[in-house]
Write a protein that binds this ligand. Structure first.
Ligand SMILES: O=C(O)C(=O)C[C@H](O)[C@H](O)CO
Ligand SMILES: [Mg+2]
Length: 403
C-alpha cells in the first residue's frame, strides 16, 4: 500500500486548522490533524519541506517504522512543531490502516473497553453568578462534568472566560498577541469562593474541574489545592509551568486535590518523573501533539502503571479529526478518565464531517472504517487562513508572566 500523494489543507472555518491528507496507490486515503494553535505555519513548513517529500513511495502500512523514521531519523527530536507534524502523519496512517481493514479504529487498537466516553464541558462567566448559570445550562444538556472558570474582581480580562455571555472563548483572538493583566493574589482569593458556590448549588455528584493555565508558583499551587479540597475537584489542571517536574513533589506533599498535566507536553519523556513519582493523576497530551496514536498509547501504558488515567485536551483549536481519533482511543484505552469537549462551530463541523455523536454527557464512537472524520476540501477553500495568536500575560507592574 504505497503512499502516492500527501498534501496539506489549511483552512479557517471559524478558526485555523491544518490537516494532512495521505493518499495511497490503492485509492484509500487518511487524514490527520496538524494544527498547532498560533504556530500553524511552522508545522506547515515542517511537513511540506521536510516530511512529505520523504513519505512518497513508502509503504503506508508500516506505521511503526515511519514513526521512528520521522522521530529518530530527524536527529532533532521532540518539540511541539516536530511532534505535531509526526502526529498528523501517524493519525492519517492509522486511519488508512483501519479503512483497509474495514474496521473502526477502536477495533484495531483492541476493541471497546467501555460503551461511551465521559466528556467535560467548559462553563465560564464574568462572575460567579454568571458562571453558575452556565453550569446549570450544561447540566441540563446532560453533562456529568464541567470545567468552571470565572472572572476575578479586579482583573479586567481572564484567559479562558468568554468575552460575551453564552459564547465560547477563542484561545487565539488577535493577529498579534493581546496583553492581559494578571494578579495571583486576587485569583487565589477568589477561586475557593467559586467552588463553594458551585457545590452549594449543584451538590456533590457533579464532576468539577478547573484550569490554572500554568500561572502559579509551586507553593501557591499547593495553597490552592489545599483550599479547594473541601469541594472535591475532579482535577486541578496545569497549576504550575511543568518544565521543572520537581515542583510537583512540593504540591503533592500539601494536597489531595487530583492534578492534571500535559496539554503542552509532546513526549513520554516529559512525563517520566511526574509518573514515576506519582505526582499527577491525569495525562492531557492530545493525539495531535504527542506523536499520534503510536506514541500517546505508550504514554497511556506508562501512566497505567501508576494508576494515572487519560484526560485528553479537547479545545476548539484541535480539529474534529483529532477529536474523532481521540474518541476511538478513549473507547479503547483501559485507563480512560475523561475527554475534554469544547464544541466546534457549525461551519467547522460542515468542513469536517464526522460520525461521532454527543449524547447525555458522553461521546459515542462511530462504526465507519477508519477514525470516522473526513474533510470537505472544496468547502475548506472558502475559508482562508488568518493569522491568529494566543494572548500574553503581564503582572500588574508590567512583568511578563507565565502564560
Ligand atoms: O482546553 C484547555 O484546557 C486549554 O487550556 C486550552 C488551551 O489554552 C488552548 O488549547 C491553547 O491553544
Ligand atoms: Mg488547559
Amino acid at each position: 500500500m504505497k503512499i502516492q500523494d500527501a498534501y496539506l489543507i489549511v483552512t479557517s472555518p471559524g478558526r485555523n486548522f491544518v490537516t494532512l491528507k495521505i493518499v495511497t496507490e490503492s485509492g484509500i486515503h487518511g487524514i490527520g490533524d496538524a494544527t498547532l494553535n498560533g504556530r500553524e505555519m511552522a508545522v506547515v513548513a515542517y511537513l511540506e519541506e521536510h516530511v512529505i517529500p520523504a513519505l512518497i513511495g513508502r509503504d503506508a502500512s508500516r506505521i511503526e517504522d515511519i514513526w521512528h523514521y520521522l522521530y529518530r531519523g530527524a536527529y532533532w527530536r521532540r518539540g511541539p512543531v516536530t511532534m505535531s507534524a509526526i502526529s498528523a502523519v501517524d493519525v492519517a496512517l492509522w486511519d488508512i490502516k483501519a479503512k483497509a481493514a474495514g474496521m473502526p479504529l477502536y477495533q484495531l487498537l483492541g476493541g471497546k473497553s467501555r460503551e461511551r466516553v465521559m466528556t467535560y464541558a467548559h462553563c465560564t462567566g464574568k462572575d460567579i453568578d454568571a458562571c453558575l448559570e452556565e453550569v446549570d445550562k450544561h447540566v441540563k444538556l446532560g453533562y456529568r462534568a464541567v470545567r468552571v472558570q470565572a472572572g476575578v474582581p479586579g482583573i479586567p480580562t481572564i484567559y479562558g472566560v468568554a468575552k460575551r455571555e453564552g459564547e465560547r472563548y477563542e484561545p487565539a483572538d488577535s493577529a498579534i498577541p493581546a496583553e492581559h493583566v494578571w494578579s495571583t493574589e486576587k485569583y487565589l482569593n477568589h477561586v475557593p469562593k467559586l467552588f463553594a458556590a458551585v457545590r452549594e448549588r449543584f451538590g456533590d455528584d457533579l464532576h468539577v474541574l478547573h484550569d490554572v493555565h500554568h500561572r502559579l508558583t509551586p507553593i501557591e499551587a499547593a495553597r490552592l489545592g489545599k483550599e479547594v479540597e473541601p469541594y472535591h475537584l475532579f482535577w486541578l489542571e496545569d497549576c504550575v509551568p511543568a518544565e521543572n517536574q520537581e515542583s510537583f513533589r512540593l504540591i503533592r506533599q500539601h494536597t489531595t486535590t487530583p492534578l492534571a498535566v500535559g496539554e503542552v507536553f509532546n513526549s513520554i519523556h516529559d512525563y517520566r518523573e511526574l509518573l514515576e513519582n506519582q505526582w499527577i493523576d491525569y495525562i492531557r497530551t492530545p493525539l495531535s501533539h504527542g506523536g499520534g496514536i503510536t506514541h500517546v498509547r505508550r504514554i497511556a501504558d506508562l501512566a497505567a502503571l501508576y494508576h494515572v488515567r487519560t484526560g485528553f485536551h479537547g479545545p476548539t483549536d484541535l480539529s474534529p479529526v483529532c477529536l474523532g481519533a481521540a474518541i476511538h482511543f478513549d473507547t479503547w484505552v483501559p485507563n480512560f478518565g475523561i475527554q475534554e469537549h469544547m464544541p466546534h462551530e457549525e461551519i467547522t463541523e460542515q468542513v469536517f464531517h464526522h460520525d461521532y455523536r454527543f449524547e447525555d454527557g458522553h461521546f459515542l464512537v462511530g462504526e465507519t472504517p477508519g477514525h470516522g472524520v473526513d474533510i470537505d476540501e472544496e468547502l475548506a477553500k472558502k475559508y482562508p487562513y488568518k493569522r491568529a495568536s494566543l494572548p500574553v500575560n503581564r503582572l500588574e507592574d508590567g512583568t511578563l508572566w507565565h502564560w
